[in-house]
Design a protein around this ligand. Sequence first.
Ligand code: FMN
Length: 364
Amino acid sequence: MNTDAKNLFTATEIHGLTLRNRFAVAPMTRVSAAEDGTPTETMARYYERFARGGFGLLITEGIYTDQTFAQGYIHQPGITDEAQAQAWRPVVDAVHRHGARIFAQLMHAGAISQGNRFRDTSVGPSAVQPKGNQMEFYYGKGAYPMPAAITEEQVAEAIEGFASSAARAVAAGFDGIEIHGANGYLIDQFLTDYANQRSDRWGGDTRQRTAFVRAVFEAVRAKVEVPVGVRISQGKVNDFTHKWAGREQDAEAIFGTLAEAGVSYIHVTEHKAWEPAFEGGQDSLVALARRYAPHVPLIANGGVGDAARAQEVLSAGADFVALGKAALANPDFPNRIQAAHDVAAFDPAILGPIANIKPIELAA
Ligand SMILES: Cc1cc2nc3c(=O)[nH]c(=O)nc-3n(C[C@H](O)[C@H](O)[C@H](O)COP(=O)(O)O)c2cc1C
């Protein structure tokens, strides 16, 4: 093992929780729950492989948080009642058996919900037609419907959904909570200039648009004692190349606000984690998060597929590197790196035609 690889394999803490190394599995929706949102045996076996393969931390796929507007996809898992929460136990136990930790990613789809068994309509910060098209590999088709502007009561319900789901997740054995504030879902819709046109306390300039993520964080924080982090991105599943109009000032507003709020960690995701965040700029989003949230543990994600890149991202200021596609191709990525074995290339066929977990993934 060379000196660089050593750094990736040192243990460290988030909010008092020790993680055995710097490798995390990025959250990935695999639409493999039962139709009623309960996790399945297939999912337990799927997550177990990453723990056995040496990852220190697994972040689950986005889990919906209430029985009104949160669900985004058919066969997405939820954690909205005791039955769903108890069905997560075998997943958590399987991961713990191999010495890894697992955080529940809590997600409200908002305006880009494309499959919700509780409602036929969607809500967003404002009645703004989402860009892009629904994802076919999650059973969607065509444009997103026009959402209704979420009411004050519905905002309160959504926040309560995050908080009570977090409490159920901890009771089911999860080691931490990740609030999904990225990739175009409800929290990111509130953060986004064009999606949030509100003039009440949930809208305004960039700092004012962080009101909703702060409220969600505070409600979750009040319910649980485990690490509670927030995932942040510029790009969205329905608007890949979106950039913050205020550039570094927006980064300062968003990361600075999260640091002030006391989040346990920030998880940033970009297409390529090491590239400059803004055209003509120098700094990556990793570097900007490090600058404006200097003491907050930082997970970085995006395009990392080998040890050298992982090390580079740590050197830019991250404490952990989260792998998505590289983890799908190599559920034992950390063990392979440690043994100086080659890593396999990602085969997109795994995610088609539907992104559900395939038998071939569980065969090894
Ligand atoms: C099949 C699939 C499902 C995903 N689902 C989620 C999700 O539920 N929550 C989330 O925050 N990101 C999700 N992502 C984004 C990944 O976490 C990650 O940001 C992205 O794959 C880029 O990282 P990579 O280059 O390491 O794959 C998903 C990505 C893929 C490929």
